[in-house]
Design a protein around this ligand. Sequence first.
Ligand code: URA
Length: 254
Amino acid sequence: MSSDELKAHLEFFGELGVNGIRVEPLWRSRPLHEPSALPAPIAPAEPVEPAEPVEPAEPGAVQARVFASPADALIAIRVDLGECTRCKLHTLGRQQIVFGVGNPKADLMFVGEAPGADEDIQGEPFVGRAGQLLTKIIEAIGLRREDVYIANVIKCRPPGNRNPEPDEVGQCEPFLFRQIDTIKPKVIVALGKFAAQSLLRTTDPITRLRGREFRYRAAVLMPTYHPAYLLRTPSAKREVWEDMKRVRVILEGE
Ligand code: URA
């Protein structure tokens, strides 16, 4: 490991609040991915196709319209979404729609599951504790939160933070697809099991999905662990760091 790489590791773990890596010899000597921890083979250089098709049908998708800029196109998507009543979540206590935030021309996009309580109040994705960790993860690869785009599979908070239900996803995801197709990111990081399974139309566990790369709507999609999981399981941060280093390599043009 070069001194630059070591510095990046230390900065990442320092930023994310992980202590004691110097006394853990395994971190320095272990291969990048332990086969036992990762049932799926990893082929970072060659994007692999998911088993299921990942270009879902888009009921309700509008005719292509021409916009002066991606920012304008995102505004039009937001207008089309309106004060959405397409699914039952508008009757189940949502405060507001959490559309998405960031650079309309971002090369890197993060997709989470659904707004939580903080996001429901503030109207912005990933602003709670998990969101603050996500911001640090973004900064660990030399980007700022405003350089990337952040959205969720669904745009309204499910009651009690339960998982989104299929009808809710079905109504909402066409808007996410339009956001993706407008922003045209090079890399989409799917945060956590729900986002990864939902986007990839698979029931494979996140432990099988992370560490792999999928072609998805003209982007490379990389599933990784959700920041809320990292808050509960700090040891998983090292795998997310591996994923983020790979994201950085792709963004730099391999
Ligand atoms: N978890 C998510 O998946 N999305 C958010 O916006 C916040 C927490």
